[in-house]
Design a protein. Structure first.
Length: 170
């Protein structure tokens, strides 16, 4: 299976969510929060689609790529899981490098918060990404789903009802 930016993001957020998503159990299409995020992506930077490209490369899909300045722009709704967003963007930079596109930087953008953050990829990050890739592959190829770990962000997750539903015992 080809690892995507979504896998990297979910790896940071929740191993169970990662496994479920990678194994074809997907609830994003039913989530109002996911839909709201898509609207923010589509409506925030109208002029971008004229200047920048949305690029798909080796299983990743970046929101906007400024080829002249070598900057990947990644748009997010909220910074609640900012660490996951940072690693997802670092993974994008890593994939670009792996494909011979060097000296790429990233910008995380939170239009609702009016916040941006510049992201660079260090040599230490590259090594960590290799370790993460191996760990992601191990998790998603496991036959059983990781156990539920309740976190503060669970209630806003599209998998919440799946993870927290319990069958009524008779």
């Amino acid at each position: 299976m080809q690892i995507t930016g979504t896998h990297f993001n979910y790896y940071q957020v929740c191993k169970r969510k990662l496994w479920l998503f990678a194994n074809g159990i997907n609830f994003e299409h039913t989530s109002d929060l996911v839909y709201e995020g898509k609207l923010i992506h589509e409506d925030s930077y109208h002029q971008r689609s004229e200047k920048y490209e949305e690029i798909e490369l080796d299983g990743i899909k970046v929101d906007y790529y400024d080829t002249r300045n070598r900057v990947i722009h990644e748009i997010k709704k909220s910074n609640k899981v900012e660490r996951a967003h940072e690693w997802q963007l670092k993974y994008y930079i890593y994939v670009f490098e792996r494909n011979g596109i060097n000296e790429v930087k990233g910008i995380l953008e939170y239009p609702v918060l009016r916040k941006t953050e510049q992201i660079i990829l260090s040599e230490i990050d590259r090594n960590i990404i290799c370790e993460m890739e191996a760990s992601i592959e191990k998790i998603i190829s496991d036959e059983s789903c990781p156990v539920l770990e309740e976190k503060n962000i669970c209630k806003s997750c599209s998998y919440f009802e799946f993870c927290f539903s319990k069958e009524i015992e008779k």
